[in-house]
Design a protein around this ligand. Structure first.
Ligand code: TRP
Length: 330
């Protein structure tokens, strides 16, 4: 059976180095070894948590540009916006009708939100948040995806997708492909400027698509201890060292360790970190600058991507409709 990988990118925020290390780079690497790959902008997922239209628009744009700049090849992969493939929403409703409410009650994201409430357990909880896993199942099952690369926080959603697909297949017929999750085994938390996990909500991110000058400025802000030059430095629990490892080869990391033992100054260590990150980002940045001059091209590219994806989606949804009895009167 063909290996078809699919992954969704929720369009919130502006891409940072943590997204690059944890999601973009490994997913693109995996795409190059798969028969077929699908990457899509999960814009209908993003409106669950964010009702600011301007922010959603900005985020869609910068995330699309980031993936393309980092090497996503739209000729070899399917690259589209979820909202441009309405069959996904249609499938989502169909799946809503066979999914037990009890299954959704167990979703971590929903439970976490309702556990914050004291009196009314439903305060601030929308149906979108509650049924989020069903929309995700539709994204995946629409295209008979065989493998879904996800972060460990998404494992439960994948299990739910498998449950929902199994139920559909049991009720109607074996029509949906049961997907396998691919959990990034080297998944390690990427540290941010203050040493906590790099995350937009902590305000500690190093942006991916900024100028060289801003990148440097950002790296110089990484919090370190106050050891003087000449004093040996500990590379464990060190944000600078940690980030360095994500960009340098084995030999360079060994050399960097020696420099730590010899008491490299924090200023120099950060310079070295900047060099190694920057050299990987130079081609990405120049592609980004080129693409951001040409928004029409990006729109056309996404529109072509959804046309390609819809050929598959339309065929599939017709088969599904037929199985559930939504078809021509004969
Ligand atoms: N929920 C995923 C996340 O937050 C994004 C996503 C939406 C997704 N649909 C998907 C991931 C389908 C994989 C497959 O990261």
């Amino acid at each position: 059976m063909k290996k078809r990988i699919l992954t969704g990118i929720t369009t919130t925020g502006i891409p940072h180095i943590g997204n690059y290390i944890g999601a973009i780079r490994p997913a693109l690497k995996m795409a190059s070894s798969s028969d077929e790959s699908f990457f899509f902008l999960a814009d209908y997922h993003s409106i669950i948590k964010n009702q600011n239209a301007t922010e959603i628009g900005t985020s869609v744009e910068s995330i699309a540009l980031a993936w393309l700049s980092c090497g996503l090849d739209p000729d070899r992969s399917y690259f589209y916006r979820q909202s441009d493939v309405p069959e996904i929403l249609e499938l989502s409703w169909i799946l809503n009708c066979i999914t037990a409410k009890g299954l959704m009650n167990r979703a971590h994201a929903y439970k976490a939100a309702s556990s914050l409430n004291t009196n009314d357990p439903d305060k601030g909880i929308t149906m979108g948040l509650f049924s989020y896993p069903i929309l995700m199942a539709a994204d995946i099952l629409m295209f008979d995806s065989t493998h879904v690369p996800v972060g460990s926080d998404q494992i439960q959603h994948l299990e739910m997708t498998r449950d929902i697909a199994t139920r559909f297949n049991y009720l109607y017929s074996e029509l949906l492909t049961i997907p396998e999750p691919i959990i990034q085994d080297n998944e390690k938390v990427v540290l941010g400027l203050d040493g906590r996990k790099m995350s937009k909500s902590y305000g500690n991110v190093i942006p991916l698509l900024d100028t060289e000058k801003k990148l440097k400025k950002s790296i110089m802000k990484i919090v370190t201890n106050s050891l003087e030059p000449g004093e040996p430095k500990d590379s464990s629990n060190c944000t600078v060292f940690d980030l360095y490892q994500n960009f340098a080869g084995e030999d360079s990391v060994k050399e960097f360790q020696t420099l730590y033992d010899e008491g490299i100054s924090w200023g120099e260590a950060k310079e070295k970190l900047f060099d190694v990150i920057n050299s990987e980002l130079v081609p990405i940045r120049s592609k980004y600058e080129e693409l951001s001059q040409n928004k029409e091209y990006i729109n056309d590219l996404l529109s072509d991507g959804s046309k390609k994806a819809r050929i598959i989606a339309k065929e599939k949804i017709l088969k599904i409709r037929e199985k559930i009895g939504i078809n021509k009167i004969s």
